[in-house]
Design a protein around this ligand. Structure first.
Ligand SMILES: Nc1ncnc2c1ncn2[C@@H]1O[C@H](COP(=O)(O)OP(=O)(O)OP(=O)(O)O)[C@@H](O)[C@H]1O
Length: 605
């Protein structure tokens, strides 16, 4: 219970202002509804006996005596009115609360996404995207429907319990105390036995469900290889095993949720026997019947309340692991937002910057034994082109991520003119365009894809056309029905591979960058298409600085600077021909690509 209160307190802090008040009002409303219910049923119970036997009755607390049939009629009318009022208010409360709880889900989900979208790049590399999807979806809904809503219902049940006990206390104090002790003992046993197991079942369900979603998404991503290697059965067994564990955990949750009801029903019989024995010892058979009736009436109100109390406790216990993760993620998101805000408030670069300088830059991935980038220094005058080449794993992509400001060097620094990049990060990143190896195209129009937005109002058609023109794609797009407003299909299915890459270039150019970074952006293309894309990039010379990572040397033949990387270091740097002259390994590759006359290969053995 303490843990639940603590969790709810933290959740309320994460929710928009006014949520705490809403939860209080909602809990009070549910309690009031429960009291209305008890009042109606209490009056009914009070009236039934005298009504049938034709005797008079005095209403406790109010003190009015009812003896005439018309008095009973009015009283019954009041009972009906109370029940109708409770029903009507119940609908209103449910309507208002379900909307509000939906808003809670949105607010928590938004904060959760912060933990991913504003996370430092290095943290993001270690995060699994399906886990995030699961957290934002199931985690948030379980937190709201499994913690916040039951918590408020809990208050209603407590109010019912207190009201019934108060009535009992007035009518027969000894019986009231006995009932509290008895039900407290049963409740204690249930919470000891059931709740601990419910928490474990909830944790297992969360862990195995998350793992199962992750496995399925990994399987779908490598479906072709899985099919070809005939690994369907193997993967199916792994997934089924995990899913079975998740289903077992869920089944345990359902089972544990239903146990309290049966235990309490059995406990009611025990309570009735104790009450009868007590009554008999006090005043014989008559006392036994009276105590039996009293405990029976109270018990039939108490047991459902205690049952729901226990069910809610089991339900919240099962949802706690989700809520704890959601809270952890929200805290990470808050910290990420803060550091993002600090980054945004940095210096603004001049409109006319001239040079990017890397000064002895090194980088080591966490837990890696060696440096991925080792003491790299060079200058890139803006407007020129730089090509990064070298064998796989030599550190090209890592260096690109450092230049994009995604990774922070572990040693050394980068400067834009004389401004340290770290002091003007937001300004720098807003002026860099990036084209990945696989341009992710979403199922919308060309314009949405180029502007990288999901909102029509944020698209500037003229800029879209200009970006497409610079990427040498405008003619192709304009020739299609609906032009830039035509749909491209799922994953850009209606575009060729080269067109998709040029769409990626147009996307990068849309924000008018001073630097365009392409990380093996043409490596998946055929030679002719690659040449077309390379032409598009070359046409930007002088205007946009291009930094290209390439394995195929034809694409970088005309770069102003070529950096040949080896084991994280720059092994040779200069024009294409200079690197061929200085670096035998590069010379061999150039020869194989048919880009070097043998005469240039002084060092080639
Ligand atoms: N997220 C990571 N965590 C740990 N080590 C990494 C990570 N990413 C890359 N590395 C390591 O850093 C080194 C440089 O990798 P990088 O991807 O920069 O090389 P690359 O030259 O771009 O390779 P390729 O041409 O194959 O893309 C490699 O040894 C690689 O194993």
């Amino acid at each position: 219970m303490k843990k639940l209160l603590n969790l709810v307190k933290q959740l309320l802090l994460a929710l928009p202002a006014g949520s705490r008040r809403f939860i209080r009002v909602f809990a009070a409303a549910l309690s009031a509804l429960a009291l209305l219910d008890i009042a109606a049923l209490g009056i009914l119970a009070l009236l039934l006996g005298p009504l049938i036997s034709g005797t008079s009755v005095t209403v406790p607390v109010i003190g009015i005596t009812l003896s005439e049939p018309s008095d009973f009629g009015v009283a019954l009318g009041i009972v009906c009115g109370l029940i109708l009022l409770k029903g009507f208010l119940g609908i209103v409360v449910q309507r208002l609360s379900t909307r509000r709880f939906a808003r809670f889900e949105q607010a928590l989900g938004a904060k959760l996404l912060d933990s991913f979208f504003f996370a430092p790049w290095l943290d993001r590399l270690s995060r699994n995207s399906s886990d995030l999807v699961r957290s934002t979806d199931v985690g948030v809904s379980s937190t709201v429907s499994g913690i916040l809503i039951p918590y408020t219902q809990l208050m209603g049940e407590i109010a019912t319990f207190v009201a019934v006990i108060t009535v009992l206390l007035i009518a027969t104090p000894a019986m009231a105390i006995g009932a509290v002790v008895y039900f407290a003992a049963v409740g204690f046993f249930l919470s000891r036995w059931v709740l601990a197991r419910a928490v474990k079942a909830g944790r297992d369900n969360r862990d195995y469900s998350t793992r199962s979603v992750r496995l399925i998404s990994e399987m779908v991503q490598s479906l072709k290889e899985v099919t070809l290697r005939n690994k369907g059965d193997e993967i199916q067994n792994v997934v089924l095993d995990v899913r079975q564990k998740a289903s077992t955990a869920r089944a345990n949750q359902v089972f544990l949720g239903s146990v309290p009801r049966y235990v309490l029903e059995m406990a009611l019989i025990g309570g009735l026997a104790i009450a009868a024995a007590y009554g008999y010892s006090e005043s014989g058979m008559e006392g036994a019947v009276a105590q039996l009736a009293l405990f029976g009436v109270a018990g039939f109100r108490l047991v459902p309340a205690v049952t729901r109390f226990q069910t809610i406790m089991a339900q919240t216990a099962a949802a706690m692991p989700y809520a704890e993760r959601v809270l952890d993620e929200i805290e990470i998101g808050r910290q990420n937002r803060e550091s993002y805000a600090v980054k945004q408030s940095g210096r603004t670069l001049d409109s006319e910057v001239r040079n990017l300088r890397l000064d002895n830059v090194s980088f080591r991935y966490p837990n890696a034994s060696s440096l991925a980038v080792d003491g790299v220094s060079f200058d890139i005058p803006f407007g020129s082109s730089l090509a990064l080449v070298g064998e796989s794993g030599s550190g090209k992509s890592t260096l690109v991520d450092i230049m994009l400001g995604l990774l922070e060097p572990t040693d050394g620094a980068l400067f834009i003119d004389d401004v340290p990049m770290s002091e003007a990060m937001a300004s720098w990143q807003s002026r860099v365009g990036y084209v990945p190896q696989h341009v992710a195209i979403f199922d919308s129009t060309v314009a949405h894809n180029v502007a990288l937005t999901w909102e029509d109002s944020l698209i500037d058609d003229d800029r879209v056309r200009r970006a497409l023109e610079r990427a040498q794609l405008l003619d192709v797009i304009e020739a299609r029905p609906e032009g830039i407003h035509g749909k491209v299909g799922e994953g850009g299915i209606s575009l060729s591979g080269g067109q998709r890459q040029r769409l990626g270039i147009a996307r990068a150019l849309y924000s008018d960058p001073i630097v365009l970074v392409m990380d093996e952006a043409t490596s998946a293309l055929d030679t002719a298409t690659e040449a077309a894309v390379t032409d598009a990039v070359r046409a930007l010379a002088g205007d946009v600085t291009t930094i290209v990572v390439a394995h195929r040397l034809a694409t970088i033949r005309h770069s102003d600077q070529v950096c040949f990387m080896k084991d994280g270091k720059v092994a040779a740097r200069g024009t294409f021909d200079e690197v061929v002259r200085d670096e035998p390994e590069f010379a061999r590759q150039a020869l194989l690509a048919g880009l070097t006359p043998d005469g240039n290969l002084k060092n080639y053995g």
